[in-house]
Structures are given as structure tokens and as C-alpha cells.
Design a binder for this molecule. Structure first.
Ligand code: HAM
Length: 418
């Protein structure tokens, strides 16, 4: 019989790794709540048009990478390739803007993109992200970037991370810039790659994103978007930079940063990591002041970012992942099982994490497991202890042990761990 295996580009998260995931998840929750952001969870699939209308028909995500299918009633559905569109849909559908003029949301979950799998790039991957609705002011941009910065710091990643910052201006600015860029490129259009030639018609700004050296050469001396900023675009971007400086968050201006999704305007940013390979973007985001309106809501500015959790975990140190197990309970005889169940139940109710052996193994095998489990204490219940109404409490780090009466056990454990 053929063994069934997981699909290419998808991964199991096994117990050996889930501690790292939980650590990252708890850091994200902690920092987001420090900034007053609340969690939103949206469905894993949506109507296809949600993504084509927001992310954009001509983007790689929508044109090549979506897992879409026709449902039995003929509706085209898609596994979410990103979460901003879903959050905006939910924001509009539940009229969240009416509850508070500033909505601050965060999320975590799996996403699906049919990309070529490689290191740091999966077909099912996970993001955490934040979205803030209601403020078009630059302090909101600074807040969003600060959240990313705090999470990176808490994960120990900030030393190897670089914040790339750009503004792609308002729609008015981009319209003029697009024409100027096309005029600059047109004489060399036939020398560009096929992809860039298509982008010339669909979204010429994305040509700036090219990784090919010969194209970068051809782009030397091209006009920059900042030449076409409106007065408001310029003031906004200057303030974002000065607010970041007030928070001592270092950044590097990068005029080539345009991002691969169509909904952005003004501020865009990415954090890259020098300890990742070719896929070095830890997280990316930006402002999307027209997206709520595009999807049928009342005009509401928004800004956010999303981070690749697998990429975070690839660069996160394994240290500081303390075992959560407090006690390994070793029961040596079948007759002791009811007492062991009663004591472990009381210990768990008192807040201790306790592992027991359900295989009725030897003392030696159970003690080996106890040491492997990372527990600080072993509690041993054998024949003698059953007769005396005691257990042996062994400190696994120090190797010391003493007999404790059953009725004193909870108190003793509480004193030891306080
Ligand atoms: P994105 O740049 O497409 O933006 O994705 C954000 C992050 O998700 C990337 O920087 C990367 O770390 C991770 N990522 C993307 N694709 C993959 C993949 N195939 N495998 C592993 N990791 C991946 C967005 O998704 C926007 N929704 C971000 C945003 C939120 N903008 C405003 N608000």
C-alpha cells in the first residue's frame, strides 16, 4: 500500500517544534495587547472576488498563486492567500467602524499560496499580523511599525533585522509618477524581461522590484516616486520618519520598495533578516487608505503588516524555551494507581503541570522519562509509601529527596515553587 504523505509545500508542526510556536504566539499576544490590539479570527476561505478586487488581478498572488475552486452552487471560492482583505471584509460586514473610530486588530493563522516551495517559502504557511483602521495620521504608521519592532526585539531578532521604509505616495502622486516612469522605461522596453514588459502595462511600479542586475542597470537614473509627492504626501512621510526616530527605531530608506500587493498607498515597509537566505522578508506591510472603500465600506484609512511565522521561527534562538512540566509522577504498583490519580488531580487543580506514566513501566524507565521531560520534580509512589501514606519528592536538578505526607504535598509544592 502507498503511504500517504503531506502535500508538497505543507508541513506538520510536531511536538518537538510546537514549544517554539507557542512561545512566538504568546509573545505576539502579549505585545499586541500592550498596544491595545484585540484578536480577530476570520474563515480560511472566502469568495475569490474578495482577493481579486483588493490584492489586485495582476499581482502574482491573484494571477498565479491562489487555490480557487468552483463551489457546487457555482460561486468561486479561494483559500485565503493573505489576511488583510479578509479583515477588511469583516470590518465592513460587522460595521466595526461604528463601534469605535479607531479599531485595532491582530490575527494569526494559516495562509495558502501556490508558490514554488523552497527554504522559507511554503504553500501553506502562517502569519501573524495587525491592522489599524480609522487614522490616517503618521503616528498610526509609527505605532504599527513599533509593534513589529517590539515583537522582533522580544524574539531576539532585532540585531539582524533591517527596517526598509518607503512611501509610494497618494493615488494622485502615483498616477503622475507612473507616466513619468513609463516615459523613462519606454526606449528600453524591449530589453526588459517578459515579466517586466507585462508589468509595464499592468503595474509599472513593480518593475522597480526586479532582482535582475541587467534590469537594475537599465533603471539607473529613473525618476523616483518622491519627485512626485504631493505636499501632504511629503509632510506625512517626513513625520513617519521623525516619529520613528523619537522611538529610536532605526530604518533605512529604500525607494525601490513597492510591495507586491495593489492596495497600498503612502507608507510601505519591510523588515528583512540577514540570517535568512533568499527569502529574507520577515514581515511586510503598509498603508491602504482606499481599500475599505474599494470593498464597499465607508471611506476609512487603514494600515497594518503581516509576518511570516515560519521565517521568524527559523531565526529564533532555541534558548529560553523552558519546559512547562513541573512534576513527573512515578507510580510503581498497580495498587497505587487510584492514589496516584487522586494526588495528580489535586496537584493539577492547584495549578501544577504533572505528567504520569500510563505504560506501567519499571522505576528505572519512569525515572529516565522524568529526567527527559524537563520536569523539576519527580514524585514517587511505591509500596512503602503507600503503606506510610507518603510519597518521595525528588528534586531532579539537585538530586535531593525527602518523604512527604499525602496531606502536606500541595502545601509543600506551593512553598517550593513560590
Ligand atoms: P506579504 O508581503 O505578502 O504581505 O506577506 C507578509 C509576510 O508573510 C512575508 O514578509 C513573509 O514573511 C511571509 N510569507 C509570504 N509568503 C510566504 C510563503 N509562501 N511562505 C512563507 N512565508 C511567506 C501580506 O500578506 C499583507 N497582507 C501584509 C499586510 C498587512 N499589509 C497590510 N496589512
Amino acid at each position: 500500500m502507498n503511504l500517504i504523505r503531506s502535500i508538497k509545500g505543507t508541513h506538520d508542526i510536531l511536538p518537538a517544534d510546537s514549544k517554539k510556536w507557542q512561545k512566538l504566539e504568546s509573545i505576539v499576544r502579549e505585545i499586541c495587547s500592550r498596544f491595545g490590539y484585540e484578536e480577530i479570527r476570520t474563515p480560511a476561505f472566502e469568495e475569490t472576488q474578495l482577493f481579486s478586487r483588493s490584492v489586485g488581478e495582476d499581482t502574482d498572488i491573484v494571477s498565479k498563486e491562489m487555490y480557487s475552486w468552483e463551489d457546487r452552487d457555482g460561486t468561486s471560492l479561494t483559500l485565503r492567500p493573505e489576511l488583510t482583505a479578509s479583515v477588511v471584509r469583516s470590518f465592513i460586514q460587522h460595521n466595526l467602524g461604528a463601534q469605535s473610530p479607531a479599531q485595532r486588530l491582530y490575527y494569526m493563522g494559516p495562509l495558502f499560496r501556490r508558490e514554488r516551495p523552497q527554504k522559507g517559502r511554503q504553500r501553506q504557511f502562517h502569519q501573524f499580523g495587525v491592522e489599524a483602521f480609522g487614522s490616517e495620521n503618521p503616528e498610526q504608521d509609527a505605532e504599527i511599525i513599533a509593534i513589529a519592532w517590539h515583537i522582533l526585539n522580544e524574539c531576539g531578532l532585532s540585531d539582524n533585522a533591517t527596517l526598509h521604509l518607503n512611501s509610494i505616495g497618494s493615488p494622485e502622486c502615483r498616477k503622475n509618477y507612473r507616466e513619468a516612469l513609463k516615459d523613462f522605461i519606454r526606449p528600453n522596453l524591449d530589453k526588459l524581461s517578459e515579466t517586466s514588459q507585462i508589468r509595464f502595462e499592468t503595474n509599472p511600479l513593480r518593475i522597480l522590484d526586479t532582482k535582475a542586475d541587467f534590469e537594475q542597470k537599465l533603471l539607473e537614473g529613473a525618476p523616483t516616486v518622491s519627485d512626485y509627492f504631493t505636499e501632504e504626501d511629503k509632510t506625512h512621510f517626513d513625520s513617519v520618519q521623525s516619529f520613528l526616530s523619537s522611538m529610536e527605531i532605526p530604518f533605512s530608506l529604500n525607494e525601490k520598495l513597492v510591495r507586491g500587493l495593489d492596495y497600498y498607498s503612502r507608507t510601505v515597509f519591510e523588515f528583512t533578516s540577514s540570517s535568512l537566505g533568499a527569502q529574507d522578508a520577515l514581515l511586510g506591510g503598509g498603508r491602504y487608505d482606499d481599500l475599505v472603500e474599494t470593498l464597499g465600506g465607508k471611506p476609512t484609512p487603514g494600515i497594518g503588516f503581516a509576518a511570516g511565522m515560519e521565517r521568524f521561527l527559523m531565526t529564533m534562538d532555541e534558548q529560553n524555551l523552558d519546559s512547562k512540566t513541573d512534576i513527573y509522577f512515578v507510580c510503581l504498583d498497580e495498587e497505587g494507581i487510584p492514589t496516584a490519580l487522586s494526588l495528580t488531580n489535586q496537584l493539577r487543580q492547584a495549578g501544577f503541570s504533572v505528567i504520569t506514566d500510563s505504560l506501567r513501566r519499571s522505576m528505572k524507565a519512569q525515572m529516565r522519562e522524568a529526567n527527559k521531560s524537563g520536569a523539576r520534580y519527580a514524585i514517587i509512589l511505591g509500596e512503602t509509601e503507600m503503606e506510610n501514606g507518603t510519597v518521595v519528592l525528588r528534586n531532579l536538578e539537585k538530586g535531593e529527596q525527602e518523604a512527604i505526607h499525602h496531606s502536606d504535598l500541595i502545601n509543600k509544592m506551593q512553598n517550593l515553587t513560590n
